[in-house]
Every structure is written in C-alpha cells, then in structure tokens.
Design a protein. Structure first.
Length: 481
C-alpha cells in the first residue's frame, strides 16, 4: 500500500509493508553537477506533485556502484518508520563506512525494518566519497563528505516529524569511516542542535593533517594533469579520477612512517574548521562535559578481513609495528601479552589495534575524561565463514545491528547459512542501540578510566573489565597529547 508524506521540498510517496512505512531516494541536497561535485552541498530543489520514493536513488560517484550517466541527484536519504501518524519517536541516522573511498545507503545491508519494529525511525544516507568528498580542493572546504552528512542531518531535523520522529531525539550510528565521522563530530561539538547522541562502531585511524591531505591529493591531480580547483576538477569525468586515485597508496607504502593513513588515498582532514585534532586526543575534545552521550565499540579481530588472504609467511611483525608507528620494543611486548600467538596472529593483532581497536578505546577514554556519558563494547562473536578464519572481523557487527542475516555483507562475512545463535544476539544488540537512542542508556555500566567496564557481544552477552589491557599499555606510550 502506498503512503504519502509531505516534506519541505515536496510530497513523497513511499510504501507500507512489514509493519512499517519505507521511503527511499529523497533528495536532501542539490544534484552533483559540474563544479558542484567539489563544492559544499547546496539545498535540495523543490518539486511539484508527489515524488515517487519507492526506489533507492543512485549512488554517489565511485567505482563499481556508480556508472557514467547515473542521476547526479544522488545525495539522498531513506526512511523507515513504524507509523507516519505517530509522533515523538526516537530517530537513528546511519552513516555507512567505506574508507572515505566508497559505500552507499542503497543496499539491503542497512534495511531499517527491524529497527522500525522497536519503535525507532531509521534514516540512512548517501554522502560524497572519493575525491568529490575528501580530496583536497584549493577553493572549496575540506571534508565535503562530512558536510553532506551535516546537510542530511539538517534535512532530518526539518522533516522527520512528518515521518513520526522527534527532531530533538536524533542519534547518529555508523561503522568504520562513518563511525569516525560520528566520533569527530561528537568530540568537536559539530552540527550543534542536529543530534543528541552517537554510536561509533569501529571508528578508524583516518584523521590526517591538512598538509598531508594536500600532498596525497596532489599525487592524484598530477596523474590527471589538472589544478586542484573546483572548476578544473569539474572538467574531469569521475571515472577518470577513479582510474588513478589509488596511485598514492603505492608511493605511501614505500615511505613507511611518513604518512598518518598510508592505506587509502582519502581521509578525514584536520582542517582547523570542522576538526582540529583526532577525537581520541585531548586537543580534539572541543567541548568538555557536553550532553551528547557516546557508545563506542570495536570487534575483537578487526584486521582479519584484510589479512586473511595475504601471504605473511615471510613478513616480520616488527615491520608491521614500525609501519603503525610503534617502536622496536612493541613486538616483544605484544608477544609477552599474547603468549602462544603465531606471527600471522601478531600481524593481525597489531593492525587491528592500530586501525580500530585502540582508536575506539581512546575515543571512549577521551569522552569519559571530558565528562561525557560514555559506553564501550567489544564484538567478540566468531564468524564460521571460511572455516573460522575471519573470526570477529571488521564489519561483522553490522548484520547483527540491522538483523539482516540474508544481506550481501552477511553472506560474505557470516555465510549463506544463518547460525542458530544469530537471532538472539542480533536482537540483544539492536535493542540495546534502540534503547540508547530512546533513553541514553544501552543497558550496561558506563565506561570510565578506572573501572573500564565494557559490554562483550558474544553468546551469551556479558561484561568485561579492561578488555584491551595488554594492547592499551603498549599504545599508551604512543597516544597523542
């Protein structure tokens, strides 16, 4: 059955199904045409009549998911709501990951039906990735992808009441690069008045100084033969940028220790405007004790998804440690703290800590130290996929968050057969996040730097203290001021 809702830009037609109403592909910003691809997001165009919102919009420019000729009106949101006639419902806004390089909300991985069943309005959004979103442009602001996220939050604030939501009860939730955006916005007191709480699932070490972002982007524009201005870049087709955008990675890999984020060409930029410093540093906490609560988490074996197919037989864990910014003594400390582990295990552990686990822990510590109500979790459920080689890897918590065991991501990280303990663990996790959105309390004790209590998502869920104690002691010597 069709259902019509009026937004500030015009009416949209969605569909009522499975106990909720769904609206897809609603523009929150103007099309990405010409130089607008590289400029701040502009307001969405108004329309007359009723716009069909029963299908996802196109993805933003990126390899694979986008093709030349796709609709440039791709900065869109999707909404799942229990009932458009209700009011005052808590709102969750999902920000996808993808290393600032890719990703889309147009996927069944992020289906909001299960959240709607908890009485929560769920919104997912597209934002610019790649050079359009995070490449350096001399005459445009940095972090345009995050500016898109903020523009989408303004759309939510101005329109979510029409879908039954409370604009003053908005919680951000996201994973990987999306979680990094959330952690950064919370720490920097970004987007004031547009959200109340944040759930950061595996925030990554992807904040880089402006000079580094400029230098990496210069490697790409040199390949293209253009100046880094909005008008000059507008003359370059997106697919041409995609063809050369990974060129800096090989250069950065040959210069270990020089680059903050050597594994990808794009990052969140410490521009002194949106972000001053990484959110886990004391300098990154612009507002002490503000009322935005935070849930922060990581998976036990984050990097397994990246190392499982790599031949590490001749690799030295000490090289991995040095590339991650650790000194020579760190490997011995890791071996002492993790007896019985192989060199392959050590590679994965060091990378897991460097990329996600320690940043997540530091975000929780910094938030708690700043007076923010903070909760920490570890997702420890081991995947049966690939004969158990993935373990509790990066991204594995996402199908549990959305209760989407049949989604593409679940098929890749869990397997085609739904494990018997999936429904109960997924329900517990999803309900905790929905409760946090509604009340600010996910159902386990607050984190502080003394007790260090965290929720462990396993079968059955439990609580632990100082889960990363061995790694924490190693990395505390290298924590930014």
């Amino acid at each position: 059955m069709d259902v019509v809702v009026r937004t500030e830009s015009g009416a949209v037609r969605g569909e009522a199904r499975e106990g909720c109403s769904v609206f897809r592909g609603i523009p929150y910003a103007a099309p990405l045409a010409g130089a607008a691809r590289f400029r701040p997001p502009a307001p969405a165009r108004r329309w007359h009549g009723v716009r069909d919102a029963r299908s996802f919009g196109s993805s933003v420019p990126q390899p694979v998911l986008w093709h030349p000729g796709d609709d440039p009106e791709c900065l869109t949101v999707n909404v799942w709501t229990p009932d458009v006639t209700r009011s005052g419902l808590p709102v969750l806004v999902w920000i996808h990951g993808g290393a600032c390089l890719g990703g889309t909300a147009a996927t069944p991985d992020f289906d909001g039906t299960a959240f709607a069943a908890t009485g929560t309005v769920l919104v997912t959004l597209n934002y610019r990735v790649g050079y359009e979103g995070f490449g350096w442009v001399d005459d445009a602001p940095a972090n345009r992808g995050v500016l898109d996220q903020i523009a989408a939050l303004r759309w939510v604030h101005d329109n979510v009441e029409a879908f039954g939501g409370d604009p003053d009860a908005v919680t951000l939730i996201g994973q990987s690069a999306g979680a990094s955006s959330i952690a950064g916005l919370l720490a920097a007191d970004g987007a004031p008045g547009l959200f109340r709480r944040g759930i950061a699932q595996s925030p990554g070490k992807i904040f880089v100084p402006a000079d580094e972002a400029r230098a990496v982007s210069a490697m790409i524009t040199a390949q293209l033969g253009v100046r880094p201005t909005a008008d000059a870049l507008a003359e370059v087709p997106s697919e041409a940028i995609h063809a050369v955008q990974l060129a800096p990675v090989a250069i950065m890999a040959s210069e270990p220790g020089k680059w903050t984020h050597p594994n990808a060409p794009y990052s969140l930029i410490l521009d002194g405007e949106l972000f001053d410093a990484p959110p886990w540093s004391r300098a990154g906490q612009r507002a002490s004790g503000i009322g935005r609560e935070l849930v922060c988490g990581f998976t036990t074996d984050e990097a397994r998804v990246f190392t499982v197919d790599a031949d590490l037989s001749a690799a030295d864990p000490a090289d991995t440690a040095r590339a991650c910014g650790l000194d020579a003594s760190a490997v011995a400390d890791y071996r002492a703290g993790n007896p019985g582990g192989t060199d392959e295990d050590l590679h994965a552990l060091v990378l897991s800590d460097a990329l996600f686990r320690i940043p997540a822990l530091w975000c929780a510590e910094a938030g708690a130290d700043a007076g923010r109500t903070t909760y920490l979790y570890e997702f420890a459920w081991p995947s049966p996929a690939r004969d158990g080689a993935l373990r509790a890897c990066h991204g594995l918590d996402v199908p549990f968050t959305f209760t989407t065991p049949d989604s593409p991501l679940a098929a890749e990280l869990i397997g085609r057969e739904v494990p018997a303990d999936f429904p109960a663990l997924s329900t517990a996790m999803r309900d905790a996040f929905a409760a946090f959105a509604a009340t600010g309390d996910p159902g386990w004790p607050r984190f502080d730097s003394t007790g260090r209590v965290s929720r462990t998502w396993r079968t059955p869920p439990g609580e632990d203290r100082d889960a990363l104690s061995a790694s924490r002691r190693i990395w505390d010597r290298h924590r930014p001021a």
